[in-house]
Design a protein around this ligand. Structure first.
Ligand code: NAD
Ligand code: DAU
Length: 339
């Protein structure tokens, strides 16, 4: 069998990083290229266990830098592109929206152009349930692939824009694409400014945990390993041009999530500090992933098993997140919460 070349953008980040490790180990017959700009969210130390593998390569590049991206494609004939690279943090998009448009919209368009020019076999665009906007608290309502796009934050608006470009390149040029829209991921190597790793790391350091508003907003939690298996399936079995939702039925209020972690670590709920709410804070996300399940996807984690695994991982990998909670990140944290 001829070897396949797989380009993973954003493979130094949280989900892309987990996906790169999953693919390198699962498919020795594939060459996995991790292309990443190494922004504040990119970190290569997570790949120590695979960096010497024969089928792993790293390329430092900016997806919005057309010339560089073209020159990379001229050198390597990629079969697949799995596109994770993005600015991904809603809070940062509220204070600094411009970079979200550049990376998430323009960067995606550059990749679509090269995918078309170099005739790749499949372009999987990793998107988010946030493009659908918010649901109210009625527990019988879910996002389906037919739910209209109504993004509420600069982040989700930039992701929705990129989704529309991906769709347009399929409709106009026949580019073989899929779009996946998943709920909130958690698990190993989650950057410690997002809710779950923020809570674990701060509780372990006996620091207050900031909960926005009344803590009643609801997210639908998906273990990152289950997200990797979903993308693997869509890459190989997804019907061209189709959107697949990923996630489902692990809905928790933010307060429940924080209390679960505090209790698992045997600490006091006095650590919870209610702080000013996020602007335009979406009330609730909940995913209907029936379409993907019909394709053959089945998650392996419940929230209970996934959060226990994740807490243990953070306890066992203190050195990873401690090196991240320093310098630039610390400055961000102080700006975001205390100034
Ligand atoms: P992340 O912020 O942890 O990682 C993003 C990665 O992209 C980083 O390694 C960063 O260096 C890289 N990057 C940023 N700008 C770049 C550029 N211009 N060129 C090349 N690389 C660049 O993000 P994540 O949480 O792993 O999310 C990955 C993808 O999944 C994103 O597209 C995000 O929208 C989507 N998503 C995330 C979640 C979640 O819960 N984290 C849920 C749904 C969808
Ligand atoms: O739904 C998918 C999305 O999930 C992805 O598209 C985003 O890339 C990803 O970052 C995530 O977005 P959220 O905004 O939901 O994740 P975050 O971890 O920032 O926040 C989760 C919830 O917790 C949200 O309701 C806001 C709240 N929160 C967050 C932080 C950082 C707090 O209450 N306190 C905090 O300090």
């Amino acid at each position: 069998m001829t070897r396949k070349k797989v380009l993973v953008t954003g493979g130094a980040g949280f989900i892309g990083g987990n996906f790169v490790q999953y693919m390198v180990n699962k498919y020795p017959q594939y060459d996995i290229y991790n292309l990443d700009l190494l922004t504040y969210a990119g970190d290569l130390t997570k790949h120590r266990d695979i960096e010497l593998n024969d089928n792993y390569y790293f390329v430092k590049a900016d997806i919005a830098d057309r010339e560089t991206i073209i020159s990379i494609f001229e050198k390597e004939k990629f079969n697949y592109i799995i596109h994770f690279a993005a600015e991904s943090h809603v809070d940062r998009s509220i204070t600094e929206p411009e970079i979200f448009v550049r990376t998430n919209v323009l960067g995606t368009q550059v990749l679509l152009d090269v995918a078309k020019q170099f005739e790749i076999t499949k372009f999987v665009h990793v998107s988010t349930d946030e493009v659908y906007g918010e649901l109210d608290f009625d527990p019988t309502t879910f996002f389906t692939e037919e739910t209209p796009l109504q993004p509420n934050s600069p982040y989700s608006a930039s992701k929705a824009s990129s989704d529309l470009l991906v769709r347009a390149y399929h409709e106009t040029f026949g580019l073989p694409v899929n779009i996946t829209r998943c709920s909130n991921n958690y698990g190993p190597f989650h950057f410690p400014e997002k809710l779950i790793p923020l809570t674990i790391s701060r509780v372990l350091n006996a620091q207050k945990v900031p909960v926005y508003g009344d803590g009643k907003n609801i997210r639908d939690w998906l273990h990152v390993f289950d997200h990797c298996t979903a993308i693997d399936l869509v890459l190989h079995e997804g019907e061209n041009g189709e959107v697949y939702n990923v996630g489902g039925h692990n809905e928790r209020t933010n307060l429940d999530v924080v209390k679960t972690i505090i209790s698992a670590l045997g600490k006091s709920e006095d650590l919870i500090e209610f702080v000013q709410d996020r602007l335009g804070h979406d009330k609730r996300y909940a995913i209907d992933s029936n379409k993907l399940q019909k394709l053959g996807w089945k998650p392996t984690y419940t929230f209970e098993t996934g959060i226990a695994q994740t807490i243990k991982w953070y306890l066992d990998h203190k050195e990873w997140w401690e090196q991240i909670i320093s310098g630039d990140y610390q400055n961000y944290f102080e700006r975001q919460y205390y100034l």
